[in-house]
Design a protein around this ligand. Structure first.
Ligand code: FAD
Ligand code: MLT
Ligand code: ZN
Length: 460
């Protein structure tokens, strides 16, 4: 790095917050799955919006690109430098203040570097609820979840991250600050600009803070691990439970036997919740007001009806919060338990999930006989994580991708449901977006980032 550039950065954020030593930068230059690595000049750690703006202006003058980074838990290589040009990693972790919690407006203002669990806890301390929840919540940050429009396990009831945002503050590519920190529930004054930055993966600007919606905190939850014969039974069960129990079905997660076995092999304390093996499972959660006992008994009644009709093979209903947490630990351990493989995050209409699995399995059996797939995910949102093979298959990723993406396209689905495009799917979108959509996206990028300094090599 040019010494003068380093001095100028240090003058903005302090010398201790310009990291150049390999021991300090290494973790910032590789993604969570260790699939992407790239070297940047340094890691810069600003503590305020003004510091972010000053760093962006300086980088603009020097022609240095900026890779925003939150908790670095992204699964598409979006927060990793590409090494293709001079870049800095802008790590937002020091911007971790919750600026305000307002129970009357049901809103909370959080800086980009706030860790998701801290935001959930701040909402809870105010007697409210922030519903975004995912296994990386102890590390991922508000700027990261907004920039990837993260999903997680509660989308079924509350929507994805985009649905939780009332306003944003953004540093634009020229260093100007857009203060869009409004907490209005209704605002139809033309284009809703915040939605451009949500899900943009840092390619249009740097989110420095957000106004988040809070919800009423349900007083009870009930959780069950349910064994099924087929994915089609999962989709039918969801419709039946929603018909019977309504909006209180907050999570509905599919887990294949192979995923469960991977978790049992990986996590010593994990136990199979049902004594005999079954090909598929769903983890269901209900949230509502009232008591734990009454919600649990509603779930019990609904499930015993299904067992009697032969729609469900077996079910284990958590008798305590401790048991519920153990069931969730199984689900949340899946990403770590089957670490290296060809990973997919795709979505189709919920009703088409069984067909997607059928088509992909048939095509895999033809092209890669004997290959193992690990299928799990947010079936209530039509979102599957379709992970295929072991590390050795990664070398053949393009062929495996073709099978999954062709099946998804054939069913009118999306090749990225909740993880974003990053570097992983950047080239792929040209096959999946209409030319007009791509033109509009490129025009937007040129208008907001004419010099291409905002997270280059990602998304477009
Ligand atoms: P990072 O990984 O640091 O960055 C992600 C992207 O956002 C990058 O493109 C980065 O440049 C950009 N970015 C980060 N901060 C900013 C900012 N302030 N301004 C502009 N751009 C920014 N995802 C789901 O959707 N659902 C899940 O259920 C889920 N489960 C997961 C479970 C595990 C175990 C792991 C490791 C990951 C999981 N993820 C899941 C993926 C990941 O946690 C999410 O994508 C999360 O939103 C990333 O947040 P982060 O702070 O780590 O962002
Ligand atoms: C999940 O649902 O567990 C995540 O999206 C992580 C993953 O796909 O591995
Ligand atoms: Zn997921």
């Amino acid at each position: 790095m040019h010494p003068e550039f380093q001095r100028a950065l240090a003058a903005i954020v302090g010398g201790a917050n310009v990291l150049t030593d390999e021991r300090d930068t290494a973790g910032h230059f590789v993604d969570w799955r260790k699939q992407y690595r790239g070297v940047a000049d340094c890691v810069v750690r600003p503590a305020s919006t003004d510091e972010v703006a000053a760093v962006v202006k300086l980088c603009g003058r020097e022609g240095v690109a900026i890779v925003p980074q939150g908790g670095n838990t992204g699964l598409s290589g979006g927060a990793t430098p590409t090494g293709a040009r001079r870049e800095i990693v802008l790590s937002l972790g020091r911007m971790n203040r919750i600026r305000e919690v307002d129970p009357l407006d049901d809103s909370l203002v959080a800086e980009a570097g706030c860790i998701l669990t801290n935001v959930q806890q701040a909402a809870e301390s105010a007697g409210r609820y922030f519903p975004v929840s995912l296994a990386a919540e102890g590390s991922c940050q508000i700027g990261g979840i907004l920039s990837t429009n993260a999903g997680g396990v509660n989308v079924l009831r509350y929507g994805n991250t985009r649905d939780q945002v009332l306003g944003v503050e953004v540093v634009l590519a020229d260093g100007s600050v857009w203060n869009g920190l409004r907490s209005l529930r209704k605002d139809n004054t033309g284009y809703d600009l915040k939605h451009l930055f949500i899900g943009a993966e840092g390619t249009l600007g740097i989110i420095t803070a957000a106004v988040l919606k809070l919800r009423a905190r349900p007083s009870a939850s009930a959780t069950a691990w349910i064994a099924l014969e087929t994915p089609a039974q999962a989709v039918e069960l969801l419709a039946r439970l929603r018909g019977q129990l309504g909006e209180c079905v907050s999570a509905f997660e599919l887990v294949s036997r192979r995923c469960l076995e991977a978790v049992l092999a990986h996590a010593r304390d994990a136990q199979d919740p049902i004594a005999t093996p079954h090909p598929w499972y769903v983890l269901v959660e209900l949230e509502d007001n009232g008591t734990f006992e009454s919600l649990q008994s509603r779930l019990e009644v609904a499930l015993s009806d299904c067992i009697e009709r032969g729609e469900v093979r077996d079910a284990a209903i958590a008798a305590s919060h401790l048991q519920a947490a153990a069931l969730w630990r199984i689900r949340e351990s899946i990403p770590e338990a089957q670490f290296a493989n060809v990973k997919h995050d795709v979505s189709v209409a919920v009703s088409r999930v069984p067909l997607l699995i059928e088509r992909v399995e048939a095509a895999l059996a033809k092209s890669f006989p004997g290959v193992r797939s690990y299928v799990f995910g947010h079936v209530g949102d039509g979102n599957l994580h379709y992970n295929i093979g072991e590390q050795a298959l990664v070398a053949r990723r393009p062929e495996v991708n073709r099978i999954v993406y062709d099946a998804v396209a054939g069913l009118g689905g999306s090749i990225s449901a909740e993880h974003g495009l990053g570097q992983l799917k950047r080239d792929e979108i040209t096959r999946h977006k209409q030319p007009l959509e791509l033109d509009l996206m490129r025009s937007l990028k040129r208008a907001l980032d004419p010099d291409g300094l905002m997270n280059p090599g990602k998304v477009l």
